[in-house]
Ligand binder design. Structure first.
Ligand SMILES: [Ca+2]
Length: 577
């Protein structure tokens, strides 16, 4: 194990601060405090840069706000703009194409687009477990195309380094009856799981409750060992589903329309120092004056807020359990999002129920052992009702399946341009909250250098003193692409490097203050991110030499990582590059 590169004095100092912050004055520092930290990696789904309170938003997120106030926030952390590639990159420390998930979980024939996590990579769990870490996961997996109950499971969590798992193998579903719900290696239904029997089943709570349970059992059985827990929430991916009680808290809260909340987010972001006061606000997507029906539009955002609020409360239950165990000080908690706010119109068209309800043959109540076969409509609830959408159906309950839409995603992504799928700043910018009283000096400070999902593997390996192996289970492993964020934990620079994106032909490279970006099938745009992170002033025609320099970096990266031209062709129709 590598020597920790903080001094004993640093540890004492930070622990002292941590103890006061946690309300346990006079707590003695023990030898155990200097042991390797637990790591809790939390990822949420389809949320914008400014949804959380500690990133300028208006949703009630006191737990994440408090972790931010006692830790470090990154202002320029990046994901890959989409669910599967972000998860593949996060787990492996590689760019998604290198990990075999260049697009989604379908097999396009090319090695970089098999839709199944590559065997040329290892997951964080596979790196940490051999060094003595226990490894647990709850939530959304979404890095394999093999989801059939009796199909291959070589790329399910237990076969990729995790000892315990509760969650969904696929990417989305009804929160009251998620498809591909799984405990360890076995598909279950919310009703036939002997190990979890809540009064009302709601997937976000199930992810939190099972994480708390894994951590509690860990403490009972192997308290001497550190653990790695990966919690991958599906909140706030469509459908907008939440318990009525949680939604009621936000009733009427979003009646002032999109522009009002965008302005509020923007002002708070500037006050907090998360965005520069000179940047311009990106264009408004929706006009509240003309949108109809307004009560339905507002309700979409009320449910979205309830979904995020419920997630925050669940994270709170985990933090409370860690506190109860006296483990919070020496646990590195990282919170981030997999892509920007989502503009997809799932369940929103006016005539959608012709297809959805009309496409259901004779729905009947399901037996407890029956698995929900559908991730999206046409589908039915467990009690035999058709699931509906469209603007005459108020989102929230189990029989509804509706996205919050482009106009609210534009609010979530304030102040940036574009959405999930695209690699302008609105699609790829995520909060990163880092909380670790024993290992991070910051108490509410911000870190302004760029970071990327590929850095999480490097960071986890670094803080536990592990190395990413060059060979694993007989396979040669690609070297990790990221850099450890540990210098940032001490307020030091990460050093300059280039970071790259490609998703559905949308391309970008960021180096220092410059970003070259293209929205497929358009040409390159060049932005000075220091002066204009909202990407309002394209400098490509004024700085052709900078365009050429960054384009050449991009082309080399794309070739090295197996990026194919978009749209993908069959390998036989296309020249491998
Ligand atoms: Ca997502």
């Amino acid at each position: 194990m590598a020597e920790p590169n903080w001094t004993r004095r640093d540890v004492l100092k930070t622990l002292g601060l941590g103890a006061v912050a946690l309300g346990v004055p006079g707590r003695k520092v023990t030898a155990a405090d200097a042991k390797r930290p637990n790591i809790v990696l939390i990822m949420s789904d389809d949320m914008g840069f400014s949804d959380l309170g500690c990133y300028g938003g208006d949703i009630d997120t006191p737990v994440l706000n408090s972790l931010a106030a006692k830790g470090l926030r990154f202002t320029q952390f990046y994901n890959t703009a989409r669910c599967c590639p972000s998860r593949a990159s996060l787990l492996s420390g590689l760019y998604p194409h290198q990990a075999g998930v260049g697009h989604m979980v379908n097999d396009s024939g090319f090695p970089s687009y098999r839709g199944d996590l590559s065997r040329s990579c290892v997951t964080i769990a596979e790196v940490l477990r051999p060094t003595g870490y226990r490894t647990y996961m709850t939530g959304k997996w979404h890095v394999t195309r093999f989801i059939a109950p009796d199909g291959p499971k070589h790329n399910w969590p237990l076969q990729r380094g995790f000892e315990r798992y509760y969650g969904t193998i696929t990417g989305a579903g009804n929160y009251f009856d998620p498809a591909t719900l799984c405990r360890d290696n076995m598909y279950i239904s919310p009703q036939n799981d002997p190990e979890y029997k809540p009064q009302e089943y709601y997937y976000t709570d199930a992810i939190s409750d099972n994480a708390v349970r894994f951590v509690r059992e860990h403490h009972e059985k192997t308290p001497e060992k550190p653990f790695f827990l990966y919690m991958a929430f599906t909140a706030a991916h469509w459908p907008m589903n939440a318990p009525e009680m949680a939604i009621a808290k936000y009733k009427g809260k979003y009646d002032k329309g999109y522009a009002h909340y965008r302005r509020q987010h923007f002002e708070r972001l500037k006050e907090m120092g998360l965005v520069h006061k000179d940047w311009e606000l990106s264009p408004q997507a929706g006009d509240w004056e003309t949108v109809e029906p307004k009560d339905w539009e507002a309700r979409c955002m009320e449910v979205y807020a309830a979904m995020v609020d419920t997630m925050d409360q669940g994270i709170g239950r985990l933090v409370t359990e860690l506190e109860r165990q006296g483990a919070l000080d020496n646990t590195l908690i990282l919170f981030l999002q997999d892509n920007g706010g989502c503009e997809e119109d799932m369940g929103r068209p006016a005539n959608i129920n012709e297809k959805w309800v009309g496409g259901l043959k004779d729905p009947k109540p399901m037996a407890p052992d029956e698995l929900q076969p559908k991730a999206s409509p046409p589908m039915q609830t467990r009690d035999g009702r058709p699931v509906r959408g469209g603007p005459t159906v108020m989102p929230g309950p189990a029989d509804t399946y509706i996205a919050y839409g482009r106009n609210w995603a534009n609010v979530s992504n304030t102040p940036f341009r574009e959405y999930k799928h695209w690699v302008h700043e609105g699609g790829i910018s995520t909060p990163l909250i880092c909380h670790w009283p024993a290992g991070i000096q910051a108490r509410g400070q911000l870190f302004h250098e760029p970071g990327n999902l590929i850095d999480i593997m490097a960071t986890c390996a670094d803080v536990v003193g592990a190395k990413v192996p060059r060979r694993y289970e007989g396979n040669e492993i690609l070297p990790p692409e990221g850099t450890s964020l540990r210098p940032a934990f001490r307020g030091k620079s990460l050093g300059e490097r280039a970071i790259f994106w490609e998703h559905e032909g949308n391309r970008a490279v960021r180096k220092g203050r410059w970003k070259l970006v293209s929205k497929h099938p358009g040409g390159w745009e060049l932005y000075d991110i220091d002066a204009d992170r909202t990407e309002m002033h394209d400098l490509a025609s004024r700085r052709p030499e900078k365009v050429r320099e960054l384009e050449s970096l991009y082309e080399n990266w794309a070739r090295r990582c197996g990026v194919q031209p978009w749209p993908l062709k069959k390998p036989s129709q296309s020249k491998e590059r």
